[in-house]
Design a protein around this ligand. Structure first.
Ligand SMILES: [Ca+2]
Ligand SMILES: [Ca+2]
Length: 573
């Protein structure tokens, strides 16, 4: 999550830094200045404009800090934003020791919950980026990051030294994380997915001393698109820098290190990186140059000391389920559903190799009158003596001819579960309710080369199944949701009309559901809505599965003794 709105912040930072700041005459002007600026930057951007007379105002209690402009339907969110920003200021002061903070004069909420301030780094959601999962709360917390950057820049001109990013961005992120932990603990572990992506399989060493500022030409919308799949090197420092700060505060055993550091910096005319390192070395008695080199392995193994992060298994992704995102279970019925909780889902369909390991550990048992795997029909796995063996070359292809019972047993053995139909469809349809899981946004166009369907190998490259990692992944990073093999889900097959709208689950029937089209079927079946009924003890040549898993709750994570929210000396509200 973090990377997404950091990307937005940095785009703004870079795009706006070079621009001359127009004079703001009054608050009304400021409101329209903000939106006009956005429109100027992005001609495509067309937020819902609210007629002036319908705009309501919420003034800060002392009239000192904020005016929130909002439309009637946004009242609750406006109050929430106001409360958080107000209390957040006192925490920022506590951590930094800065008496004077850069103020927001104005906050504007548009009718879809986008959030702007009169700071030049105001966060937005553009039309191009509507597929990003940026929730209202996250937008508010982004403001803290930007606010700290503003303060450090204004008070200390820290960004003048372009190699000095670890000071400003690192501190801003550290403080932002603290605020999130306080105000939003139930979602605080969201950043975990980024850490898994960035650091989980890397032995790279990041040197924060080399972190340079972005130049405007570095940022293109194309680059943003690609960051959904791979985080560029530069972005990774946004995760390394707050870790650096947390670690040196911890190692120096000085909880007021930030305060002391800022005080020293204020008294110093030289604010170069060299000077900053010297100050930190004196205050911490640590070799800061050495501490600025942080390996991926170190951060991945130790990040949980400082924040409530979960480590996402490398073969799974997190699917976030904010309530405003809707999905369609059945195209014919066209009723919309929502999932309100986050969960984990496998990136890949379960492979022959994995299922073979399961059979070798547990045997091929009978359940519901049938074997978990129908070996008589399935030439890709065979039993030789007491062992189950995959036909050479077919290891990474999806397992098929598995009964629903077999899929369920495998999931339990892996300490996972089957996804519900709604969860699978949420993973496939994303925020925009996509028809094809290979789409990157709307409008959607069928592409016969983007998934494995029943084309007899003419276009998509595979006549039968394709390896589980074939083709480009979905917007959430899952492979072959649509196509390759259809996939068993947890639900019993029943009328979609009768399901509850929130977190639906088909809990009665005779048949189980499998979803998503397969290599045997025509293109009409290769959609995120498609569903077929199958007896749980039956197995099919075109049906496999993938697994899902619950995320740990914050209470469960608190039980792990090495986790702590870092700056525990902060006055709690
Ligand atoms: Ca094919
Ligand atoms: Ca599939």
């Amino acid at each position: 999550m973090l990377k997404k709105y950091l990307i937005l912040s940095v785009i703004f930072l870079t795009l706006l830094r070079g621009k001359e700041k127009p004079e703001i005459k009054n608050k009304e002007m400021c409101l329209f200045f903000t939106l006009d600026t956005l429109k100027g930057l992005y001609p495509e951007f067309n937020p819902k404009f609210i007629p002036k007379e319908e705009i309501l105002k919420l003034n800060y209690i002392d009239g000192k800090y904020y005016t929130v402009y909002y439309s009637k339907e946004m009242e609750e969110k406006a109050k929430y934003a106001y409360e958080i920003l107000n209390k957040g200021d006192s925490i920022i002061k506590e951590i930094t020791g800065l008496e004077e903070l850069v103020k927001f004069n104005i906050i504007f909420l548009d009718t879809v919950g986008n959030f702007y301030t009169d700071l030049p780094f105001s966060s937005i959601l553009t039309k191009d980026l509507t597929t990003l999962d940026i929730t209202f709360k996250e937008k508010i917390f982004t403001e803290f990051h930007e606010k700290i950057e503003n303060i450090l820049d204004k008070c200390f001109e820290l960004y003048k030294d372009k190699t000095n990013r670890f000071v400003g961005d690192g501190l801003a992120e550290l403080i932002r994380l603290e605020l999130m932990a306080l105000f939003w603990p139930e979602n605080f572990y969201r950043l975990s997915q980024i850490f898994a992506d960035c650091f989980g399989s890397s032995n790279k060493v990041y040197n924060l001393a080399n972190w340079r500022i972005f130049e405007p030409e570095d940022i293109t919308f194309k680059a943003i698109e690609s960051t959904r799949l791979a985080v560029p090197e530069e972005w990774k420092f946004y995760y390394v820098a707050p870790y650096f700060w947390a670690k040196i505060i911890d190692k120096s055993k000085n909880p007021s290190l930030i305060k002391d550091f800022i005080k020293e910096l204020r008294n110093s005319k030289d604010r170069s990186q060299k000077r900053v390192i010297k100050i930190l070395e004196r205050l911490t008695k640590l070799n800061i140059k050495k501490e600025l080199k942080i390996s991926a392995e170190e951060i991945y193994n130790n990040i949980c000391k400082y924040w409530y992060f979960i480590k996402v298994p490398l073969d799974m992704v997190v699917i976030w389920g904010p309530s405003e995102d809707s999905i369609i279970l059945d195209e014919a019925v066209n009723k919309k559903f929502v999932i309100t909780y986050p969960f984990l889902i496998d990136k890949y369909e379960v492979s022959n190799e994995e299922f073979c390991n399961f059979l070798n550990a547990n045997g091929n048992k009978k359940e519901g009158g049938s074997y978990w795997l129908e070996l008589d029909c399935y030439p890709e796995i065979e039993k030789i003596g007491n062992n189950y063996v995959v036909k050479k070359g077919r290891e990474k292809y999806p397992v098929r001819w598995v009964s629903w019972y077999g899929a369920k047993a495998f999931a339990l053995w892996k300490n996972k579960r089957l996804p519900t139909e709604a969860e699978w469809k949420k993973a496939a349809q994303g925020r925009m309710g996509l028809k094809y899981s290979f789409s990157r946004g709307k409008p959607e166009i069928w592409d016969s080369t983007k998934c494995n369907w029943g084309d007899e190998g003419k276009f998509d490259g595979y006549e039968y199944t394709a390896p589980v990692f074939a083709y480009e992944p979905s917007i959430y990073g899952c492979y072959n949701l649509v196509g390759n093999v259809m996939e068993w889900v947890e639900d019993w097959y029943g009328p979609v009309e009768k399901l509850p709208i929130i977190n639906p689950k088909g809990d009665s029937g005779i048949y189980k559901v499998h979803v998503g089209g397969c290599f045997k079927y025509k293109k009409e079946w290769q959609t995120t809505y498609s569903r077929i009924a199958g007896l749980p003890n039956a197995s099919y040549s075109g049906v496999g599965f993938r697994c899902a898993k619950d995320l740990p709750t914050i209470e469960e994570m608190k039980k792990e003794k090495d986790r702590k929210i870092f700056l525990t000396n902060i006055t709690r509200l």
